[in-house]
Design a protein around this ligand. Structure first.
Ligand code: OAD
Ligand code: ZN
Length: 249
């Protein structure tokens, strides 16, 4: 039987043994978590400047929290999909070093990814705007009265995510850069590549001679720099790659 793209990617991953994945909202689409852009995307229903900027938060924290509460309600029902599990398994097999994600849903963690860099924070945490105290959100009880108050200093809590116009925390960004420098392959999964600085990472990897593999059913702003493109859903493509890897190992 002749080799296909999945065989080619599996062989490359095994030969180089130094891959990193950059994931975006598309990686969680098959878990029922909406993406931001494209049909049905959150930014086609809501305006980011109304709910996803620090200005919007301080203007009307209750409104911003209502939106996050709605997203959390949906997220509590979401489970990782086969794409998340395939990436976690590739890490266990020493094929993948790390997952760098723009997603705030923690589904990679639930699926078992250990080396995980969450560039945009987590929707399952909140943080005090004054003293920095952070707290996990495991159910909606703390979100009955909005905005929630800090148990330590009484100030208001905010979602522990990166809002538009805010920098990525230095620790996450430094780790992401370091993993990007070490990787010989970058899997770019389910991201439109339109939000910076996250979208810089594939460009940096490319510049350093890494092989860029895009997995996305649609063309993106990163397609031009991709060496290999798999036009498929990540929940279908990643398990196929994993299956081929296991056959070859
Ligand atoms: P986008 O919503 O911009 O892009 C989602 C991408 O996923 C698109 O390229 C889709 O074609 C692709 N996609 C859809 N279904 C897929 C599937 N089943 N498998 C694989 N790919 C699929 O999401 P991001 O690129 O993650 O930032 O957006 C980046 C950032 O913009 C987010 O982290 C968020 C947003 O504003 C902040 O909140 C700071
Ligand atoms: Zn506080």
């Amino acid at each position: 039987m002749s080799k296909d793209l999945y065989d080619e990617v599996a062989e490359l991953l095994i030969t180089k043994r130094s891959a990193v994945a950059l994931t975006g909202a598309g990686a969680s689409a098959e878990s029922g978590v909406p993406t931001f852009r494209g049909s049905g995307g959150l930014w086609t229903i809501f305006r980011p400047e109304d709910i996803a900027t620090p200005e919007a938060f301080f203007r009307d924290p209750e409104n911003v929290w209502r939106w996050y509460k709605w997203r959390l309600e949906k997220l509590f029902e979401a489970k990782p999909n086969p794409g998340h599990y395939a990436l976690a398994e590739m890490e266990r097999l020493n094929i993948l070093r790390c997952v760098i994600t723009q997603n705030v849903d923690e589904l990679h963690r639930v699926a078992g990814s250990k080396c995980l860099i969450e560039l945009h924070g987590s929707i399952r945490r909140m943080r005090c705007v004054s003293c920095g105290y952070t707290e996990r959100i495991d159910d909606l009880s703390r979100l009955e009265t909005l905005p929630p108050k800090c148990p330590r200093c009484g100030s208001i809590m905010r979602p522990d995510v990166v809002l538009f116009g805010e920098p990525i925390p230095m620790i996450e960004w430094t780790r992401a850069l370091s993993e990007t420098y070490k990787a010989k392959i970058m899997l770019v999964v389910g991201t439109s590549g339109s939000v910076y600085p996250a979208a810089l990472l594939p460009h940096i990897a490319k510049e350093r001679g890494s092989i860029i593999i895009e997995i996305n059913p649609e063309e993106t702003e990163l397609s031009d720099i991709a060496d290999i493109i798999i036009r498929a859903k990540s929940g279908e493509a990643l398990p196929k790659i994993l299956e081929r890897i296991k056959k070859l190992l």
